[in-house]
Design a protein around this ligand. Structure first.
Ligand SMILES: [Zn+2]
Length: 286
């Protein structure tokens, strides 16, 4: 799933490739991905792409005052194409949800692999009308995200640190992968209650969030859209690395699995050497 750094890199990539170009046509072969009906996709044709911005994990193309907004979700992706075929893709077949043709023959597909049907695309005059954007919390790369702001936010929040970090209404853009990475940097259990964090913990947490995301953005920016997934994977220390050695201490990275996802952590670095209980593991051992 693309998170803040990957979406930020897509912003940079599309700013370079698409801004200044005119939208020639928009195909919507995956009609379920389009969450709005007014304005229609045809309204974008003939208008110029004027800017690209990010809201949390949402990507927002400003097309002369209309906004093409997408949330790539778990299995969605943006595929840039230097040359798009003129014939429209088949309706309801294959991974393409939306295809945007630009006036020089290039363009991009918003796709979703598998059958999850969580890719969402909105065409709107006001990005704040997208429910997921309206409720976003603070952007961790904005200058407003200070230690004091994080301290205040945590002082009125209940829950465990992993859940708090990934709550988009508190901090916008951090998902399952980068929260695992931040907690590994912190040497902290994902299940530590946030009300147990000391002022020193909060200061370190702030630094870990900003550093982890900034480093990931630096690695991702300048890469073509097609290289971002591999770069994200290569840059991770624990996330998605269950069974592999921790790059800091060499202990085996473990995971805790939930219904549709899993978190990864290093027991030596984060949980005092004690592996956490895991539903999937304990079910297998019964
Ligand atoms: Zn370790």
């Amino acid at each position: 799933m693309p998170e803040l750094p990957e979406v930020q890199a897509l912003v940079a990539f599309l700013t370079e490739r698409a801004v200044g170009r005119v939208v020639a046509r928009v195909d919507v072969p995956g009609i379920h991905v389009l969450k709005t009906y007014d304005p229609p996709p045809s309204a974008l044709a003939g208008l110029t792409v004027e800017g690209v911005v990010r809201h949390g994990k949402f990507l927002d193309l400003d097309v002369s005052g209309l906004h093409l907004v997408t949330h790539l979700s778990r299995a969605g992706w943006l595929h840039w194409r230097e040359s798009l075929p003129a014939a429209p893709p088949k309706m309801g077949k294959g991974p393409i949800g939306v295809r945007v043709h630009l006036d020089d023959g290039s363009g991009f597909d918003l796709t979703e692999a598998g059958t999850q049907k969580r890719l969402a695309v909105y065409i709107t005059r006001d990005p704040q009308s997208v429910p997921g954007i309206a409720r976003l919390g603070i952007d961790p790369l904005s200058p407003d995200f200070t230690v004091a702001v994080l301290q205040r936010l945590l002082s009125v929040t209940r829950g465990q640190v992993k859940g708090v970090l990934t709550d988009q209404s508190l901090i916008a853009g951090v998902g399952n992968a980068y929260s695992d990475e931040v907690l590994w940097v912190m040497r902290m259990s994902p299940f530590k209650p946030v009300h147990n964090l000391t002022p020193d913990d909060v200061e370190r947490l702030h630094a870990a969030i900003v550093t982890t995301l900034t480093e990931a953005v630096d690695r991702a920016e300048g890469l073509a859209a097609g290289s971002l997934k591999a770069e994200k994977k290569a840059g991770l220390s624990v996330h998605g690395r269950a069974g592999l050695p921790c790059p800091r201490c060499g202990d085996t990275v473990r995971e805790v699995s939930f219904a549709t996802k899993a978190l990864q952590y290093c027991p030596t670095c984060q949980t005092g050497g004690q592996p956490l209980a895991d539903r999937r593991m304990s079910r297998l051992l019964k």
